[in-house]
Design a protein around this ligand. Structure first.
Ligand SMILES: [Zn+2]
Length: 261
């Protein structure tokens, strides 16, 4: 059993064909998904999809790169969406993105968005799903100063093992997706090897970051099985054991019951 802890079934590339995509993923062992919002509209869609499919749960929030959409009412809207369904299990994806945004003014807005959504997660007692690009040290500093009670998941983690251990100390799980299978992903492979299975979860980030052998194509929900198999083969884990441990980790961090619908 596999839990895809970060997927955008709400993305226009996937949303038209959900019945088929979800059933194909279920055939290869994916039994739960966290459909993650990145702005107000996609968060609403994530909840609609979660309410329609038993196996789908939702995260709602606004991604740092969408800072132009952020205004005085944004947090209220996210709160309303979060409270509209018991299938909302996290606030996300939220964080800091300095890859696209390098000026100080934008960084300040991103930090405010991140902090306000951390407050919201604590108010609703939910974990968070973190988006970080070139910003891990600032994120760590913020999480130390403003702890999230239920911690969360470091989505698409791209930092060092040393830094990953700092997030683990704060209660976070490290998510591994298609990048793990890429030839040039030395750092990600090291983190996976060193972090300990008890701290790892899997994700697709579909429709982005498709794993080998479909790198460069649209990532489909079923391709997560390729990432999990790659991890089992490369690090000599028993596939069932690997799935079982990371599935349990996902249930625990997202507070989802095994039979919850
Ligand atoms: Zn994402």
């Amino acid at each position: 059993m596999i839990f895809d802890t970060h997927i955008h079934l709400n993305d226009e590339k996937l949303i038209e064909n959900l019945d088929q995509e979800i059933s194909e993923a279920r055939e290869v062992g994916v039994s739960k998904f966290l459909c993650v919002g990145f702005d107000i509209e996609s968060s609403k869609k994530a909840v609609q999809i979660a309410d329609k499919y038993d196996c789908v749960f939702a995260a709602v929030g606004i991604i740092p790169t969408e800072h132009e959409q952020y205004d005085a009412n944004t947090i209220n809207e996210i709160r309303k969406i979060a409270l509209s369904s018991k299938k909302v299990k996290a606030i996300g994806e939220i964080g800091l993105d300095y890859y696209w945004e390098k000026d100080d003014e934008t960084k300040t807005i991103q930090k405010e968005m991140f902090l306000k959504q951390i407050d919201l997660a604590n108010e609703l007692n939910l974990p968070i799903s973190i988006h970080a690009r070139d910003s891990l040290s600032d994120i760590l500093e913020i999480l130390k100063k403003h702890p999230v009670k239920q911690a969360g998941i470091m989505h698409c983690y791209s930092g060092s093992t040393e830094l990953a251990k700092e997030f683990v100390k704060l209660g976070y799980k490290i998510a591994f997706g298609g990048v793990l299978t890429f030839k040039n992903s030395k750092k990600t492979k090291e983190v996976f090897k060193d972090i300990g299975l008890e701290n790892a979860v899997f994700e697709t980030d579909a429709p982005y970051l498709s794993p080998e052998p479909n790198r460069g194509k649209i990532n489909l929900p079923k391709y997560i099985a390729d990432t999990v198999k790659f991890a089992a083969n490369t690090y000599s884990f028993d596939l069932n054991e690997l799935e079982k441990i990371t599935f349990e980790n996902s249930l625990n961090i997202l507070h989802v019951e095994k039979n919850e619908k």
